[in-house]
Design a protein around this ligand. Structure first.
Ligand code: NAP
Length: 287
């Protein structure tokens, strides 16, 4: 950031020189931060998800809040989604279990064109993941709040329609009051039996006991979880040892300075020129 904005001075929390600071670059901020920054012109999130900022009652609502849209993260997320989807589609989760038990057991091969992947969220991450899934030959259905049209994707605003169609459901939603707990018993019951769930959005989208029940009953074959509530996932969580769960430590898409810094700098320069920053959060929608 120093190299990209050589004329700027940088202060790191807690050494904030409040009055001089016009841009806040925020990852995980301590409460009380914004009370010390009275002259902000931009709050730039260092994450794509902004629920901790939106939920902070001290966040000044008259200051634009921008999400980080890092093209490197968008690619990384699509790779993670494809990796999990192929693991499930090619039954590798099952063959790992068979190997541990020294059992030679084959499952029937299924074609991608026989599968429908349902994407909860068709935003920056969901729409690019949809493209990559289509390229592999999967049918893709996507759910968004507002009606959408994406080539090759069955777009819907009816979540029940998506759940009924989709053997695999991938959560790429922002965490809002409307989406909290959306991966629950009702949702799993609507999916065709034997499918998989991939949660790469936020831990609080998932109701853990409902997931464990759906896995134990065979309604779901496997779950891929990257995000948890709380994080880190506590050692006593049943998810660590459940044979139907693959756990990763919130690494689905990591901020890469090579691709994120140019995007942050672009927004800083837009604000300095008096232009509106890109990727503003809509406070009324919560994301
Ligand atoms: P985005 O561009 O804001 O897209 C969000 C999508 O969700 C949009 O299609 C939106 O619909 C839809 N949506 C929101 N609320 C909805 C509702 N109530 N009903 C139906 N659809 C709804 O977000 P993004 O950049 O793709 O990121 C999504 C989330 O991924 C982030 O918020 C973050 O939590 C998570 N994430 C995780 C990682 C990781 O490493 N695990 C990394 C980055 C991001 P509209 O199109 O109608 O607005």
């Amino acid at each position: 950031m120093h190299a990209a904005l050589p004329q700027d001075r940088f202060f790191a929390w807690p050494e904030l020189n409040g009055g001089a600071i016009d841009i806040a670059l925020v990852a995980t901020h301590p409460r009380g931060t914004f009370a010390r920054l009275p002259n902000l012109k931009l709050v730039q999130s260092m994450w794509m998800g902004v629920e901790t900022l939106v939920d902070d009652p001290e966040l000044p609502r008259h200051v634009p809040l921008a999400r980080l849209i890092d093209p490197g993260m968008v690619h990384a997320m699509a790779e993670t989604v494809l990796a999990h989807l192929l693991d499930w589609h090619r039954h590798h989760y099952y063959y790992r279990r068979m190997q541990r038990e020294a059992r030679w057991s084959r499952l029937e091969q299924v074609l991608p064109s026989d599968r429908t992947v349902g994407l909860l969220g068709l935003g920056e991450l969901g729409s690019y993941a949809a493209e990559r899934l289509l390229a592999l030959g999967f049918n893709v259905c996507g759910w968004s709040r507002r009606p959408k049209a994406l080539p090759g994707v069955k777009c819907t605003t009816d979540v029940d329609e998506l759940l009924a169609r989709s053997q695999a459901v991938v959560c790429l939603l922002p965490l809002t009051p409307q989406t909290r707990g959306i991966l629950n018993a009702r949702a799993f019951a609507r999916m065709p039996r034997g499918g998989c769930v991939v949660n790469v959005a936020r831990g609080a989208h998932l109701v853990v006991q409902d997931l464990v029940a759906a896995l134990d009953s065979g309604q779901l074959a496997h779950a891929y979880l990257d995000v948890f509530d709380p994080e880190p996932l506590p050692p006593e969580s049943p998810l660590w040892a459940h044979p139907g769960v693959t756990v990763t430590p919130h690494i689905a898409a990591l901020n890469d300075p090579r691709t994120s810094i140019p995007k942050i700098v672009e927004n800083v320069e837009r604000v300095r020129r008096g232009e509106a920053p890109r990727h503003l959060v809509d406070f009324s929608a919560g994301y």
